[in-house]
Write a new protein. Structure first.
Length: 421
């Protein structure tokens, strides 16, 4: 029987179904012939260019994109680009495009006008509703974006950690100790140069006061000295109230918790610097002789009855000295013939029996007398003595009701202490 022309036309204009291919003459068959002729002409070769791809094998790939049979008529290049995109991003873009009125084309006709798309209320679009899937939100398939830093916002918390809220920046609140104690160490370092006759060429003192405070609560301390006027070039910890020091020469402060340096000072007036040790020396070199004489003695001076300990004597001998034959009254000594350095570890000085080092030096034959005699360097320390005469008068505490244990310690040690011979 005769086929329905409309049915045949619909079959050829669609996906090329089997029903359309078997139809009789009519508009549908004519449309098939025209489309087949177009495909044949499309496969013919052109001058200067290769043939377009056809259904047969051996044809080169067509550089012009051919519409595929998918809904929407996507091109192969766009299809490849879609495949490269992540699945979640494709779902989001496709859903957003359809929801905003992009629409779909009629199935089977890539040239047809887009059908009106289903439009959603703005609130549904913002919630991620898909026009076809109803209430299925897209946010379940697309990861949520990262939080952005909004203008006026801050990353600082609204609350400080417990125990950090304090009016005094160098001391935390809530400090508690079973034993409340405060220790202060007055340490002075003396630098001096003594000439051959024993006179002082230059002398100065560098001093510091180190503290170790372990007190409960928020104590307010006051430290006074017996002779504060001798301090010069004073540098304070930020906790010290400088105005009160200027007016009264009293250290008033709320101490930090634990160890800290309260102040450092300088004493440069030579009349205020006492030299705590002396050195007697007899070092001689003879012309046209291979022998020399070496003798030194160390003793206390203006130590207020305190013991000098940790005494170490070093001297750089001339290059012409080959060896030294010495005998110490106490301690040990060593001479390095390569570096020409003599070291004598004295230890403590006993005022009743002063330590001495005596002997001879073997000189290189034919060497002349050295232009200068060697310099003697001393290292020592004296416990419970501030060589400048600085003394703490009293330490008072305010703001707390308990009675702390208070301790003061003094020490003097040598810095650059030289004796010229």
């Amino acid at each position: 029987g005769a086929a329905n022309p409309r049915a045949g036309g619909r079959g050829l204009g669609g996906r090329g179904g089997a029903s359309g291919a078997g139809a009789g003459p009519g508009p549908g068959r004519r449309g098939a012939q025209e489309r087949t002729g177009g495909e044949a002409r499309r496969g013919e070769a052109r001058p200067g260019r290769g043939p377009y791809p056809g259904p047969g094998p051996g044809r080169r790939h067509d550089p012009q994109p051919v519409p595929d049979q998918r809904v929407g008529g996507h091109l192969p290049g766009k299809a490849l680009e879609e495949r490269r995109q992540p699945l979640r991003l494709r779902l989001l873009l496709r859903g957003a495009g359809e929801g905003l009125g992009g629409g779909e084309r009629a199935a089977g006709d890539p040239h047809a006008a887009p059908l009106p798309a289903q439009r959603l209320p703005p609130q549904d679009l913002l919630r991620g509703r898909h026009p076809e899937r109803g209430a299925a939100p897209l946010r379940h398939r697309v990861p949520a974006p990262r939080r952005r830093h909004l203008p006026g916002s801050t990353n600082v918390g609204d609350q400080l950690p417990t125990g950090q809220l304090s009016v005094v920046p160098w001391r935390r609140t809530g400090v508690k100790y079973t034993n409340n104690e405060a220790y202060f160490d007055v340490i002075e370092e003396i630098d001096a140069i003594i000439d051959k006759s024993g006179s002082t060429i230059t002398a100065e003192i560098q001093g510091v006061i180190d503290a170790c405070v372990k007190l409960t609560g928020m104590p307010d301390l006051t430290l006074s000295f017996m002779n504060p006027r001798l301090l010069d070039d004073v540098s304070f910890h930020p906790c010290v109230r400088f105005k009160r020091w200027e007016s009264e020469r009293i250290l008033s402060f709320i101490p930090p918790d634990g160890n800290f340096r309260l102040l450092s000072y300088h004493v440069s007036a030579q009349n205020l610097v006492a030299i705590p040790v002396y050195v007697k020396h007899n070092i001689s070199f003879r012309d046209s002789s291979s022998l020399g004489r070496f003798e030194i003695t160390v003793g206390p001076k203006q130590t207020m009855g305190k013991t000098i300990e940790g005494v170490m004597v070093t001297s750089q001998m001339p290059k012409g000295v080959l060896n030294m034959s010495l005998t110490p009254s106490q301690g040990t000594h060593i001479f390095d013939p390569v570096t020409k350095l003599l070291s004598w570890d004295v230890g403590k000085i006993n005022p009743q029996k002063l330590p001495s080092l005596k002997g001879s030096m073997n000189l290189q034959a034919g060497t002349s007398k050295p232009d200068e005699n060697p310099t003697i360097n001393l290292q020592f320390k004296i416990q419970q003595l501030a060589i400048s005469g600085l003394k703490v008068n009293r330490l008072d505490m305010y703001g707390e009701k308990y009675k702390p244990f208070k301790g003061i310690k003094y020490m003097t040690k040598a810095g650059k202490f030289q004796v010229r011979t």
